[in-house]
Design a protein around this ligand. Structure first.
Ligand SMILES: O=C(O)CCC(=O)C(=O)O
Ligand SMILES: [Fe+2]
Length: 359
């Protein structure tokens, strides 16, 4: 297995700094992944902590409670184990996709458009607040990417402005039980993963992780899997964050929209290496549950992704778009005169959740 990858950590406190935009763009082209410091983002450690507390509270509820908000075709709600197969070609064992998720969709007049279990109802405002912060920090990142691309810094922000219509944005709580939990006791490390290899569907994704709960890996250019540290070493120097830096990745839609210039990198979540040994042989290793909080950013539903982003860099890149938009069958940009964000997302979701309508 590859050693942990060292991704750049970017200070987004000034979202109109062109030099920072260039650094961010370089990382988006090279890795499709980078961190941003919590300092200079819109989040405080307390806001991140309390969101993880809420997630823990939700997943600890009895299943009958969670059943009330089971996920439907609109991609909102709770999914228990094995209801999402991200990598159907390679996953076959029952333990695959050993994760639980709760997806929150859009708010209208301050209200979520989906049922919540009673335990979460008093926290609807907190969830809205956290979603707003995600949108604000995403806007910083999008302004910087636009600067890097040498286009109007508001290009992406106006096309993601939820006050102008509906978007496919999702805030997601994830919970992966540890390897020692009864459900995962038949674990086989060569085929069992927590979340299968996939790329994200939207434009950018924000990922919040907890110290001591690693597991994310990205597929590198040489075809090996590289672990992505929760708290990268470089973060220790310079800016002192009080929660792990936020990991940002480019999704398929932004890759498609930039004609493949920005990279949508395949990633997965595994049981950390130290845990993948027979129980009892690694005395120091305490298997950990993993909680993560993810925000998938999507443009307005009717935003047209064709023609591509009007950047001289996109035009100059001349990427042949035969497989841009991995996984969704989006095909070549050249074959389509129009593709809205909603059409694109529907293509991706039907590939991942094909069976859900029958549940
Ligand atoms: O939990 C994680 O670290 C990543 C989750 C993820 O990649 C996803 O939900 O798309
Ligand atoms: Fe992902």
């Amino acid at each position: 297995m590859a050693s942990p990858i060292q991704l750049p950590i970017i200070d987004i406190s000034d979202p109109l700094n062109p030099a920072v935009g260039k650094d961010m763009l370089d990382a988006a082209i090279k890795y499709g992944f980078f961190y941003v410091h919590g300092k200079g983002s819109d989040f405080s450690a307390a806001e991140v902590d309390s969101t993880f507390d809420l997630s823990k509270k939700f997943f600890a509820l009895p299943n009958e409670e969670k059943e009330k908000c089971r996920i439907r075709t609109d991609n909102r709600g709770w999914s228990g184990m094995h209801s999402e197969i991200l990598d159907p070609e390679h996953q076959r064992n029952q333990l695959n996709e050993e994760k639980r998720a709760l997806n929150f969709g859009e708010f209208k007049n301050g209200k979520l458009q989906q049922p919540l279990p009673p335990a979460l109802e008093p926290h609807e405002g907190d969830i809205k607040h956290f979603t707003n912060l995600c949108n604000k920090t995403a806007a910083r990142v999008m302004r910087l990417l636009a600067l890097g691309l040498e286009i109007d810094p508001e290009f992406f922000v106006t096309r993601h402005d939820a006050s102008r219509g509906s978007t496919g944005c999702i805030l997601r709580f994830l919970y992966y039980p540890s390897i020692n939990s009864p459900a995962s006791s038949s674990y086989q490390h060569d085929i069992d993963v927590r979340a299968g290899a996939h790329s994200d569907y939207g434009t950018i994704t924000l990922l919040f992780q907890r110290p001591g709960q690693p597991g994310l890996e990205i597929l590198t250019a040489d075809g090996s899997w590289a672990p992505v540290p929760v708290w990268p070493e470089a973060a220790a120097g310079g800016i002192k964050d009080d929660f792990p830096p936020i990991l940002i990745n480019i999704g398929d839609m932004l890759s498609f929209w930039t004609n493949g210039l920005l990279k949508s990198t395949i990633h997965r979540v595994v049981f950390p290496l130290a845990e993948r040994s027979p129980a009892g042989t690694e005395a120091d290793t305490k298997p950990q549950d993993r909680y993560s909080v993810v925000f998938f950013c999507h443009p307005l539903n009717d935003c047209n992704l064709v023609p591509p982003v009007p950047s001289p860099l996109v035009a100059a890149a001349g990427v042949e778009a035969s497989r841009v938009g991995f996984g969704g069958g989006a095909g070549s940009l050249k074959e389509r005169s129009s593709m809205t964000a909603k059409e694109y997302l529907d293509l991706r979701l039907s590939a991942t959740y094909g069976e859900r309508e029958k549940v």
